[in-house]
Design a protein around this ligand. Structure first.
Ligand code: PFF
Length: 458
């Protein structure tokens, strides 16, 4: 294999794209954002946005990668508007964002690993299940968090070092199916709880009065994050693509990712409701309520191990995707080989990850509004910066890519409808998505001002 790689099979692309898309965003973030925004109406908004914003943008990112055969930095660098290469800076911001997100994603993945190990040890009977340490204890122990983050990052480095076919495709090739089987088993168990009907109602019954001004922006951010859009991940994966029809592939990846998010809701909400007094909007649902609840349930230790193993596999797949983007951009832009680029990217990420990991108690106590620091950074990146990048990407794909290139990649002679869809896709990217994102951002600003005035008037 040369400096760059390609997928060994069509399935390889799907597994890695889905492996990158399905992660903490689906199992940790989606349930609490849905809770924060009142349930069913937000879910409906989210699903509509997956179809009308997520899939078209995914098509655009994959096209950008496939047509240039490069990662986002070089791919955007090769586009121009009125003869000027103005998109390069967008690529730089994307890669920087990958680094930032990977650094806190690594810390949260470390928490997941911690609970998976704890449940495993309890299942073996080495210590009493009731001795399982809580999130609070973990948050106070910065060294433990840094250690767990380092182990997690080391796993990612080992896989990325092996390259596209040997590493990514082979590893994610077995984690994705295992993950799928475990999730189905867990949902079956969760839906057998007495609280299940209420939880399902909360998730699926749209009560529009519960939507807040910021809900649109949050839904946009969640769609972008969960489909790994705006980070350049899908551009990189597109660059390894050979003969896949991009719109079909995008539709499949987005559908599976959405199903996983909904299933995560079905899994978490019955448990959270059963544990009653915890608000469904709490980002700690997963790490505080769930372990406690599981311990009180017969067979809960095994169930807990299964759940956290599942979550860990998902976050590993997503972290590998993030690291791969940083590495592939590095390899494309420099003379550094894949091995060195991977170690270097891993090292920089680890240094950044130490900041949230080691600040332990401080981070836990410090609140910005109602949110903790980690959630505030997460919200800043996902609800504000990511939509801005997506706006830039829409413009880059619409105005920077050649019409002929886009048409060739979109229109498939065997799929007659693809010709009609092509013009819709262009329109969506040019007008619809920028309008929705701008409206979402505007409403978030109004919401923030309202909150600020309310806090100051008390
Ligand atoms: N889509 C992932 C999730 O939902 O958890 C997050 C993510 C992974 C974003 C990989 C970007 C990326 F490159």
């Amino acid at each position: 294999m040369g400096k760059r790689g390609s997928w060994a099979s069509r399935l390889g692309f799907y597994l890695v794209a889905i492996g990158s898309a399905c992660g903490l965003g689906n199992l940790w973030r989606f349930p609490y954002v849905v809770g924060e925004n009142g349930g069913g109406a937000f879910v409906l908004l989210y699903v509509l946005l997956v179809l009308l914003l997520g899939i078209p943008l995914l098509v655009g990112e994959l096209m950008l990668g496939k047509s240039t055969g490069k990662s986002i930095l070089t791919a955007l660098g090769s586009l121009s508007y009125k003869g000027k290469p103005i998109f390069r800076v967008l690529g730089r911001i994307s890669v920087l964002l990958c680094l930032l997100v990977l650094s806190y994603y690594t810390v949260i993945s470390g928490w997941v690993l911690h609970f998976a190990i704890q449940f495993f040890i309890s299942a073996l009977g080495v210590h009493q299940a009731s001795e399982l340490s809580t999130l609070n204890i973990l948050l106070r122990n910065g060294i433990l968090q840094a250690g767990l983050a380092s182990v997690h990052l080391l796993f990612c480095i080992v896989v990325v070092l092996k390259g596209v076919q040997e590493g990514l495709e082979r590893f994610i090739g077995w984690t994705v199916p295992v993950f799928g089987v475990l999730v189905v088993l867990l949902v079956a168990k969760s839906l057998s709880l007495a609280s299940a009907p209420n939880a399902v109602r909360f998730l699926l019954y749209p009560d529009f009065s519960k939507l807040a001004l910021s809900s649109l922006g949050q839904a946009v951010g969640q769609v972008l994050f969960t489909l790994s859009l705006g980070f350049g991940t899908m551009v990189t994966f597109g660059s390894y693509m050979t003969h896949e029809h991009i719109p079909t592939a995008s539709f499949r990846v987005a559908t599976i990712d959405t199903i996983i998010s909904l299933v995560a809701g079905l899994l978490i909400f019955p448990i959270a409701l059963q544990a009653s007094n915890t608000p469904l909007s709490d980002s700690g649902i997963l790490f505080e309520v769930l372990p406690k609840f599981l311990l009180e349930m017969p067979g809960g230790v095994i169930f807990g191990f299964g759940f956290f193993l599942c979550l860990y596999l998902a976050s590993l797949g997503a972290s590998i995707g993030l690291l791969e983007v940083i590495v592939s951009n590095f390899v494309d832009r420099s003379r550094v080989d894949r091995g060195r680029a991977t170690w270097l990217a891993g090292f920089v990420t680890l240094v950044l990850a130490f900041i949230p990991a080691l600040s332990g108690m401080l981070m836990q106590r410090l609140k910005l509004g109602q949110r903790g620091v980690l959630e505030s950074v997460d919200s800043l990146i996902i609800n504000w910066i990511l939509p801005l990048i997506a706006l830039g990407l829409c413009f880059a794909i619409t105005a920077g890519m050649q019409q002929k290139v886009k048409e060739d990649l979109f229109v498939n002679m065997e799929k007659v409808e693809s010709e009609v869809l092509f013009s819709h896709w262009q329109w969506t990217l040019k007008w619809f998505i920028p309008s929705v994102i701008s409206l979402g951002l505007f409403l978030q600003v109004v919401h923030a001002i309202k909150l600020f005035l309310e806090i100051n008037s008390h």
